[in-house]
Each structure stands twice: as structure tokens, then as C-alpha cells.
Design a protein around this ligand. Structure first.
Ligand code: CO8
Length: 370
């Protein structure tokens, strides 16, 4: 049976960055204008009152300080509170495919491969830009890759669930050189007038090259584990049926919503249990692993999960945080942590890549440096 080895990784970071303070300034300005305009309706209870946000709350509650986005100007404009991108014609490359190609460049360079060497392209992300043609097929085309392509969606766990598919494709001999990309444009689905969620997400794209090759250096995938458990606590109603749903205002597309407290509590326990089981499957103690590249949603959540697992306070070396700068980039988060914290591994050292989020979905991949 062939072994899957991650031989390259890459990251594309949009150039626009927004600090908590800048984000809060624009929301608070919007709230002030809104309260002044609708004070009669708010007093009569026919329109909701909006609350101002606070940069100290954001950092304390989540650990987030900044986020990268595809368009800062639109988000920070209090009269818009939404990113804006120019419309592109079908002859131009789409935004998600463009992000993917940027992220693939360093990943392919590290693997010392060209696009034409690739036989399978997987685009794994929370949301795809359109129904069809599939994003992965467009990326395959621009890459000059052969074989086939596949889109895969499992919210925050799209990358780890993607790795499980890739591991099986390589082990079965169905593919030999695969690329996976995770172009996440989370800012498009956020209600920037809602203080409960306006700070949570950022945009980024990650990429990985995975090869069937015994003697290649990189990170060997020892095993993958995925689990799902239905929950409405993280939800996004956006979809192709919106325009035909009676009572839905087409001018107001649905946004991301969540019961943050419930998610925190329920997912922390599920993720700790999942990671413990994955270690146990290999007769490994969690402390024997060099690193946990965890999903990047909440700093305290990650600390809690690892404290349960390691039975001691984890340090930044064991579980690196990237959410302070990137915020939650959905499926790209744990791959950013991996990409930016992998060079100090010696042959034989092991680490666990793990995501957890909407679905609920939890996925992990046990990796060994080779
Ligand atoms: N400023 C000031 N006060 C605030 C703010 C703010 N911005 N926001 C909330 N408050 C207030 C609340 O109103 C509340 O006030 P009160 O006590 O008077 O009711 C108080 O602060 C406490 O609010 P919360 O209970 O909501 O605060 P928490 O301590 O729970 O922190 C978090 C909120 C940070 C959201 C936290 O609950 C959290 O991180 N939970 C985990 C969330 C998580 O992991 N979610 C994963 C979702 S992502 C995912 O699965 C991918 C989906 C795909 C994404 C696609 C693109 C969108």
C-alpha cells in the first residue's frame, strides 16, 4: 500500500489587514447613525437596537488582534460594512481560483513539482464561489494539471476531511501527485453590523502537495480520523434556494450565525476526546507528540482542549496560534499553523493537525516527519 507524504505547503495572505480597533470604529460609527435614524422605531420595538463593539472584549474573548481580508475599504465603510470586489467576466480567472494559484506557487516549489506533474486537484473550502463549473476544475485548468479534480465542502474541517480523501486515493493507487487548496473568503458571509460576530473571521488560502512516494522528504500521513455530529449551533442559510423562499428578502442574504458559548463548550469536549482517541489508536501518549496544529477559532478554546489532553498547560511551541493575526480562516486555519510551524521537525517527530467547526465536524491527521 502506498504512503501519502505532504511534500509541500503554501499560504496566500490578502494584502489588506484590519485591526480590532479599526473594525470597531466602523461598526460603532454605523451603530451611532442607525440609533439616530431609527430611535422612534427602536423605542417602539419595531426595529432592533444595535450594540457597540469593543476591541478589548474581542481580544479577551477570542485572542484575535487582526485579520486579513480581500477588501478592507468596503468592510470599514460604515455606509457599506461589506467587502466589495469587481465583477469578473467568465473569461477571467475567478477570485477563489486566483487565491488558490497564489497559495500553490510556494507549495509546488517546495515539492519541486510543476502544475503539469499533478494528477488530482482538490478544492476544499467552506463555501464555493459558484455552483459550476467546479472551482477545482478551473484551478486544474490554470495549473495545467492532468487527471481529475474535485470540490469538497465540510466548513472548518474541509482541509482535514480533504486529507482523509487524499490519503485513501494515494493508498489505493488511484492518484500519485495531489494538490489540495483551501481558498476561504469568510468576510463575504459576515454581518459586519453585528457585534457578536463581526470580528470572528478573516480571509486566506492554504495549499498542500501530497505525493505517493516512499523516499520523499516531508510529512508522512500516518492516519486520518473524521467525525461528524449534527448541530444547528453554527449555521449559514446562504444557498441557491434563497431567491425562491417565500418571505426571504432578496436584498438581505443570510449571514453566518452561531451560539458561540454552546459551540465553545460542546466542541472543546468533542475535540479533546477526538484527539485522545486518535493518539490512542497509535498507542501514543499526547505528550509524545511534538506539536498540535489546531483549528484557529478561539485561543482559550485551544488552550482548554490541550489542557484536557496533556493534563498540563500547553505552551506556544506545542500549539502555535495564528488566529491573533489571521482570525478564524475556517479550513485554512490549521493548515496556516502547520505551514508556518513545521521547519523545526526532525525525522521521526510527530504532530497532529486538527480542525473542528460547523456540522459539527472534527477531522485530524497524524503526521510524521520523514
Ligand atoms: N463587544 C462588546 N461586547 C460584546 C461583543 C463585542 N464585540 N460581542 C458580544 N458582546 C457581549 C455580549 O452581548 C454578552 O453580553 P451580556 O453578557 O450582557 O449578554 C457578552 O459580551 C458575552 O458574550 P458571549 O457570551 O457571546 O461571549 P463569549 O465569551 O462566548 O465569546 C466568542 C464569544 C468569541 C464568539 C466565543 O463564544 C467563541 O469563540 N466560541 C467558539 C466559536 C467557534 O469555535 N466557532 C466555530 C465557528 S467557525 C466554523 O465552523 C466555520 C464555519 C464556516 C465559516 C464560513 C464563513 C463565515
Amino acid at each position: 500500500m502506498a504512503t501519502a507524504i505532504i511534500t509541500g505547503s503554501g499560504l496566500y495572505t490578502p494584502k489588506d489587514i484590519i485591526s480590532n480597533q479599526a473594525l470597531v470604529n466602523s461598526l460603532n460609527q454605523f451603530v451611532e447613525q442607525y440609533q439616530a435614524k431609527y430611535h422612534t422605531e427602536i423605542a417602539a420595538g419595531t426595529m432592533p437596537a444595535l450594540e457597540p463593539s469593543d476591541p478589548d472584549f474581542i481580544e479577551k474573548a477570542s485572542g484575535i488582534k487582526n485579520r486579513y481580508v480581500i477588501d478592507k475599504k468596503g468592510i470599514l465603510d460604515p455606509n457599506r460594512l461589506c467587502p466589495q470586489i469587481p465583477q469578473r467576466s467568465p473569461d477571467e480567472i475567478s477570485v477563489q481560483a486566483e487565491m488558490a494559484l497564489h497559495a500553490l506557487e510556494p507549495a509546488l516549489a517546495e515539492a519541486q513539482l510543476k502544475g503539469s506533474d499533478i494528477d488530482t486537484v482538490i478544492c476544499a473550502a467552506s463555501v464555493m464561489q459558484r455552483g459550476y463549473p467546479s472551482m477545482s476544475v478551473e484551478i486544474q485548468h490554470h495549473l495545467g494539471a492532468k487527471g481529475s479534480a474535485l470540490d469538497l465542502q465540510m466548513a472548518c474541517s474541509s482541509a482535514t476531511f480533504g486529507l482523509q480523501v487524499i490519503n485513501s486515493l494515494i493508498q489505493s493507487g488511484a492518484a500519485k501527485k495531489i494538490v489540495m487548496v483551501n481558498p476561504e473568503i469568510c468576510s463575504a458571509h459576515l454581518d459586519y453590523s453585528n457585534r457578536d460576530s463581526h470580528f470572528i473571521f478573516g480571509d486566506a488560502c492554504t495549499a498542500m502537495v501530497i505525493e505517493a512516494h516512499e523516499n520523499q522528504s516531508g510529512f508522512r500521513i500516518l492516519s486520518t480520523q473524521c467525525q461528524t455530529q449534527y448541530s444547528n449551533n453554527i449555521r449559514n442559510e446562504f444557498g441557491f434556494l434563497n431567491r425562491i423562499e417565500a418571505g426571504r428578502d432578496p436584498k438581505h442574504p443570510p449571514f453566518f450565525t452561531q451560539q458561540g458559548r454552546k459551540v465553545f463548550k460542546e466542541v472543546s469536549s468533542l475535540a479533546a476526546e477526538h484527539l485522545a482517541n486518535h493518539c490512542q489508536q497509535h498507542q501514543l501518549l499526547p505528550a509524545q507528540l511534538k506539536r498540535f496544529w489546531l483549528h484557529q477559532a478561539n485561543a482559550t478554546m485551544n488552550q482548554l482542549i490541550l489542557k484536557k489532553l496533556l493534563e498540563t498547560e500547553p505552551n506556544a511551541y506545542q500549539a502555535p496560534l495564528v488566529l491573533d493575526n489571521y482570525a478564524n480562516t475556517s479550513s485554512a486555519g490549521c493548515v496556516i499553523a502547520f505551514h508556518t510551524h513545521k521547519t523545526d521537525f526532525e525525522a521521526g517527530e510527530k504532530g497532529l493537525l486538527c480542525s473542528f467547526g460547523a456540522g459539527y465536524s472534527i477531522g485530524s491527521a497524524l503526521l510524521e516527519k520523514c
